[in-house]
Design a binder for this molecule. Structure first.
Ligand code: CA
Length: 428
């Protein structure tokens, strides 16, 4: 995996971009996440790197000739790392490249962010054992975890056309979905707007280099194939899901919208926040293709995650919203590398720009549920907000905001920005 901490992670580094030195910024010079942006009436997306409250236009800074972000993502890990070094050096105090880089800066407030890349295939996993157990209990109190859970990363192939980006303002906006649902005591289902709309706190992993069809990716090489992580909200229609999911899994309950944050934080940037990946003592060891000393030594990533809710009334009162929960990605049951190795062991080919959702990232405690399904106990226990409003599931006008950041003694804190989405009323 080769996760070297190098000079780009030095916490003493300062940038000539003043806002990047603000302790509160998500985007200090140690981060350097990639995304796509455009200005004013531009039609084409440019590749940018976030630095403080600015975007560095890579083409204008003459850092690379590559104009298409998927081509850049398909570079091998060494080439991507070399690019990181060049960008880092150009942004540092007293860089000889300052003038050239300065001419390539645009304030983030003046650009429109696009999806980090055009997303190809999208797969959603189910990697939090805490989420799987809590949700499983609602359906099977005595047997919450199905027997395959500890042996393979559960996932399903999802839909990419409705994945949108968190933009300035309300983020991605989408209509409350319609679908079939059936009340427990009803004899027939009916077509109705979703009555149990939920969020799912997830991370998205963007695929870097492709693999050839028929050529599984070995666990040891798996991270070569991951470009970076972003925040991801897998909006879910629980009433539609409960009726449709058996026996083949989610369909319309998931395909109406998903929101991703605009910046991909690279695995290079995350190197200082790697941690040992350990399973509980009595759990089975993964099969050999999903296990390696390296994965055990530093397969986990320490990423603090939060979900915030801003209701329409809070917005009218100019309140920023309130935090519903927090968890940490280190509590995952399967690592990103294991997801890549498992996804390809059949011979499936991944392509640059494919997206993996981690699955809902709930923590071990009941207040660490990564969805309202967990936090409200399936709608049985309403959550009371500080302004007196109550929620079991989402109401029209609600904005959900995901945040993520990494911090560790001796290193600069880096963040993911935010992933925001807002529920609009159902189609009339
Ligand atoms: Ca999900």
């Amino acid at each position: 995996m080769n996760l070297a901490i190098d000079q780009t992670h030095d916490p003493a580094l300062q940038s000539w971009v003043e806002s990047a030195n603000d302790p509160a910024t998500d985007f200090p010079v140690q981060n350097l996440p990639f995304g796509r942006f455009r200005r004013g009436d531009d039609l084409d997306w440019c590749i940018g790197v976030a630095i403080g409250d600015q975007v560095l236009d890579l083409s204008r800074a003459k850092v690379t000739e590559i104009q298409d972000i998927k081509r850049l993502m398909s570079l091998n890990r060494q080439a991507r790392h070399a690019l990181r070094l060049v960008i880092s050096q150009g942004l540092l105090h007293r860089s000889p490249d300052e003038a050239r880089f300065r001419a390539a800066l645009v304030p983030q407030a003046e650009v429109e962010m696009g999806l980090p890349c055009e997303i190809g295939d999208y797969t959603d996993f189910y990697t939090s054992i805490h989420h799987a157990t809590t949700v499983g209990k609602q359906f099977r109190p005595d047997n919450p975890l199905l027997p395959n859970y500890k042996w393979l990363p559960i996932g399903y192939h999802g839909r990419s056309s409705s994945i949108g980006v968190s933009r300035a303002g309300l983020g991605q906006t989408f209509r409350r979905p319609w679908g079939q649902s059936k009340a427990p005591d009803a004899t027939e289902p009916k077509l109705t707007p979703c009555g149990r709309l939920d969020f799912e706190l997830e991370l998205g992993a963007f695929i870097a280099q492709p693999n050839a069809m028929g050529e599984p990716v070995r666990l040891a090489d798996a991270e070569e194939h991951v470009f970076g992580l972003a925040l991801f909200n897998d909006w879910s229609a629980r009433d539609i899901q409960a009726w449709e999911y058996q026996p083949l899994g989610p369909f319309l309950s998931k395909n109406f919208a998903s929101t991703v944050s605009p910046w991909m934080v690279t695995l290079d940037a995350l190197a200082p926040f790697r941690e040992p990946f350990n399973r509980p003592e009595n759990d089975p060891a993964p099969l050999p293709y999903l296990d390696s000393p390296e994965n055990r030594k530093q397969g986990a990533i320490n990423i603090e995650l939060e979900v915030w809710l801003q209701t329409a009334r809070m917005r009218a009162d100019k309140r920023p919203g309130e935090r519903l929960m927090q968890s940490n990605y280190r509590d995952t049951y399967w690592t990103v590398a294991q997801l890549v190795a498992h996804h390809t062991v059949s011979g499936c080919n991944l392509r640059s720009g494919d997206l993996f959702g981690s699955g809902t990232l709930s923590g071990p405690r009941p207040d660490q549920g990564g969805s309202l399904l967990e936090l409200s106990l399936g709608g049985k226990r309403p959550i009371t907000l500080s302004n007196g409003e109550q929620r079991t599931f989402l109401e029209d006008g609600d904005s959900v905001i995901l945040r993520g950041y990494c911090q560790r003694e001796g290193f600069r804190r880096i963040g993911f920005g935010e992933c925001r989405g807002t529920v609009l009323p159902a189609h009339p």
